[in-house]
Design a protein around this ligand. Sequence first.
Ligand code: SAH
Length: 258
Amino acid sequence: MPPFPAAGRVYLVGAGPGDPELLTLRAVRLLQQAEVIVYDHLVSSAVLEFVSPAAERIYAGKRRNEHTMRQEQINALLIKLATEGKQVVRLKGGDPFIFGRGGEELQALAAHGVAFEVVPGVTAASGVASYAGIPLTHRDYAQSCLFVTGHLKDGTAGLDWPNLVRPHQTVVIYMGLGGLPEICRQMMAHGAAPTRPIAVVQDGSIATQKVVTGTLADMPERVAQAGLKSPCLTIIGEVVKLHHSLAWFKPLLLHTVR
Ligand code: SAH
């Protein structure tokens, strides 16, 4: 008998925004070696192609309004698998520490003495902005950048609007599609010009990417007309104007080029 029982471990891995080329080397190695992969809805199918065929795959869901597994069930599952001695990859879209509840999962593991490691991923703000040709900072337009969640629990109570409307900054809103009309309304009510540029990007970095640009005043209508679907990232600020000259990613060509 070995002196110690085989120790399981959980690797909390960021899968990036969709294009598998944005995975870290560490993420790819772990996907190929893991015995079990527990993955979320946001993880793209192209990323899952890197998972070892021998690995067990468990879908943990997390589409909005359709939580396939509750957070406590996911925590309990990770603890159980690691306690059985398994090498587990917990795979999350983007970066696990940015609006990914990765911290909560690690707290549960730590409380049960389960060993873990974290592998950062390219977060949506960074990956999606790059593929949309929108630099998040630029010396002429924005000296700071805020990441906020638009999944507003109590209406708009959670957001610091006076801070969000400041000039010379870029605001990136995760999970903000449903709340977009309210977000635009509140920004204008707190002093942002109705002409402030805004972009909403659906499926950033993958073949179905769509970028819709406009202003705070006309964006809700433009997005409704374009029929955008989740996941969408919202970027507000003067930097959005650069999209028209810097957009380089041609999603539809991707099919023929690759
Ligand atoms: N941990 C993730 C974010 C999870 S919250 C990260 O670091 O990226 C989920 C939100 O991320 C979505 O509602 C959307 O706002 C954004 N998002 C993630 N991937 C995206 C993509 N490929 N295109 C557009 N938005 C994306």
